[in-house]
Design a protein around this ligand. Structure first.
Ligand SMILES: Cc1ncc(COP(=O)(O)O)c(C=O)c1O
Length: 387
């Protein structure tokens, strides 16, 4: 039993201890705890669709018609008709031949990468890729080559010099989850063509955000060039689950080989219906995606006005690098005492010395709330500096 306590004590002494904090969501932009309301700047609910009337109604209707749980895996118990409708629309939206849904983004990444890549293969993975990509690469048994973040010269050099008997894959986050920047997919595709390499993009933070909501490939006009487009239904689409979109043969292959797809109970009807209703909102109207982009620009301008250094990406993720884990935790605590929730991101999620406040903007935020929070964030950073 000492093993458990020793680990926890080590985490506490390094300011890396994590604990669940209970918050009750009261709207798409606010949460409550103990009778107090907080502005939520730590959610990936980029379009506020968790609380959209049509999305909620679709989930409620699905429960009333079909009950709560799926009862089994899709290949054994049968696929719900709601899945077929959702997957058809995902493919249409992404401009691909087909799509398949997974239960989570984590499962989509580990299942897809480990199904496609094996021990004779080589995966070239960006240094800042999400943990689920890293775990998928590990699980595949392929040789892993990590290239410095978005360094295209180094990627080329590594492709040139790494021996490979089998297939090669370049895999990147479309929008990097902790830095908010966009992968240089145009250059990656060019390099991939030169070296006959598969390209996989994780659009967890690009779905509903970039390319009129269609993701990173659409943002660059490269829908036909990216073999494997993965994305989530759990962030901008306000539900749960994930998808992989691509050619029919890719999707058929994954259904037959991806273990996280085959050996797990399907999503509940309510979740599929909610994800589909959310997707339809994005497909049929640019309003929310445009509002999100406007809010991102507004928040960056407000923070810059107060002297806070921020990235200038066209994404809703704004990291503020503060250095130590202690500093990140202390500033986040200060802000939570003032009614603002944002994430203190610490190692191992980011490298040592690069702990940060990660704030995310949503289409559901009012500009008055964003302006008020930018002022408080700037003040909290200054106060922490002086203490
Ligand atoms: C880039 C990226 N990929 C995959 C995932 C996993 O998605 P999910 O939360 O649906 O498992 C996340 C989210 O945490 C992510 O940020």
């Amino acid at each position: 039993m000492n093993f458990f306590n020793e680990y926890i004590d080590a985490m506490k002494s390094q300011c890396l201890y994590r604990q669940n904090q209970v918050y009750e969501p009261i709207s798409a932009s606010h949460v409550a705890d103990g009778g107090r309301e907080y502005l939520m700047l730590a959610s990936n609910n980029y379009l506020g669709l968790t609380h959209h009337d049509k999305v909620k109604a679709a989930a409620i209707d699905a429960i009333e018609r079909y009950g709560t749980g799926a009862g089994g895996a899709r290949l054994t118990t049968g696929t719900h008709p709601l899945y077929e409708e959702l997957e058809k629309d995902i493919a249409l939206f992404k401009g691909t031949e087909a799509a398949v849904a997974f239960n989570t983004g984590y499962m989509a990444n580990i299942g897809t990468i480990s199904a496609i890549m094996g021990k004779d293969d080589v995966i070239f993975s960006d240094a800042l890729n999400h943990a689920s990509i890293i775990d998928g690469c590990r699980l595949s048994g392929a040789t892993r080559v990590i290239f410095p973040h978005s360094d295209m010269d180094k990627l080329k050099e590594l492709l040139e010099t790494t021996p490979c008997r089998g297939k090669r894959m370049i895999v990147v986050d479309g929008v990097f989850s902790m830095d908010g920047d966009i992968a240089p997919l145009d250059k990656i595709v060019e390099i991939a063509k030169e070296y006959q390499t598969l390209v996989m993009v994780d659009d967890a933070h690009a779905t509903g955000v970039l390319g009129h909501g269609r993701g990173t490939a659409a943002h660059f006009g490269l829908e036909d060039e990216v073999t494997i487009q993965m994305g989530t239904l759990s962030k901008a689409l306000g539900a749960e689950g994930a998808y992989v979109a691509g050619k029919k043969e890719l999707i058929d292959f994954l259904i037959n080989k991806a273990r996280s797809y085959i050996f797990s109970t399907a999503l509940s009807p309510a979740t599929i219906a909610a994800a589909h209703a959310a997707l339809k909102e994005v497909m049929h109207s640019p309003v929310l995606v445009d509002q999100l982009a406007a809010n991102g620009r507004f928040m960056r301008a407000e923070l810059t006005k107060y002297g806070v250094q921020v990235n200038q990406a066209e994404t809703p993720i704004i990291p503020i690098i503060v250095g130590s884990a202690e500093r990140a935790t202390a500033i986040a605590k200060r802000l939570s005492e003032q009614g603002i929730i944002l994430s203190a991101i610490r190692p191992p999620t980011v490298p040592v010395g690069e702990s940060r406040l990660r704030l995310t903007v949503s289409a559901a935020h009012s500009q008055a709330d964003l302006a008020m929070s930018a002022k408080k964030i700037a003040k909290a950073l200054q106060d922490e500096e002086m203490d």
